[in-house]
Design a protein around this ligand. Sequence first.
Ligand SMILES: C[S@@+](CC[C@H](N)C(=O)[O-])C[C@H]1O[C@@H](n2cnc3c(N)ncnc32)[C@H](O)[C@@H]1O
Length: 268
Amino acid sequence: MAQLERVPDGVDASVPSSARVYDYLLGGKDNYAVDRAVADRLLALAPDTRAVARANRAFLARAMRFLNDEGIRQFVDLGTGIPTSPSVHELAWEADPSARVVYVDNDPLVKAHNDALLATDPGVTTILADIRRPDLILADPALRATVDLSQPVAVLFLTVLHFVTDEEGAHDIVARWRGQMVPGSYVVISNMAAESDPEAVRRLHAATANTPAHSTFRPHDELARFFDGFELVEPGLVPVQRWRPDMESVPTRMVVEGGVGRTPQRVR
Ligand SMILES: C[S@@+](CC[C@H](N)C(=O)[O-])C[C@H]1O[C@@H](n2cnc3c(N)ncnc32)[C@H](O)[C@@H]1O
């Protein structure tokens, strides 16, 4: 049972947060009763939700090792989440301890944790910002001090774009970043897919209506449009368990699709 839950400044513990629901699904401790209630409802309906959250983290790790092998040493992780090991900087440092990482999240709890964890490391910074405002993020002095956008960069959108609706311009956000990425850069995207179990999706929508944890489940074709202007690397956009798997996995009723795209030579 809960020790008395301490709520940092700026954090609203009365409304579920996607970062904290996800933290609970991954077995973390940085969540409140309201987040656990949403996650428990979801787990009751689709018990493999926890498995798909873990599969998404495993996809992140495999994609990062691919990017390391491609020589990428700068990363912008949009919608970072509460720190979960291995984090993006830990994976980047497997290849090069001088790799640079910018974390971006609009949840103050994520920034508080990252600052506490990484305060002394000059190669990693965390920006409290909304990915729906890409221009503000791109102009942020902390981003500019950490990564050099005249060099290849990987921009990560891992299970975050489903918190941005079509009306809010989810596809335009990716396109805005693409316009800033020199040839040889990469984008990594994963998103809840409309091919998920419809009853679980319906109940999840009911449980999270009008909260920041509400998700847009997109059909495969709409997800593929995120990669417009990029070359999808093999095996393309697939359920995350099937992206260059390093172990056997079972399909899940909740589906997250993921892929990696490269900026072609002609795009700037
Ligand atoms: C499901 S977690 C994903 C964490 C990590 N990217 C992963 O895939 O393991 C979604 C994260 O995106 C953040 N987020 C949601 N909407 C956002 C927005 N509009 N701007 C910035 N961050 C956002 C949440 O606070 C949360 O930390």
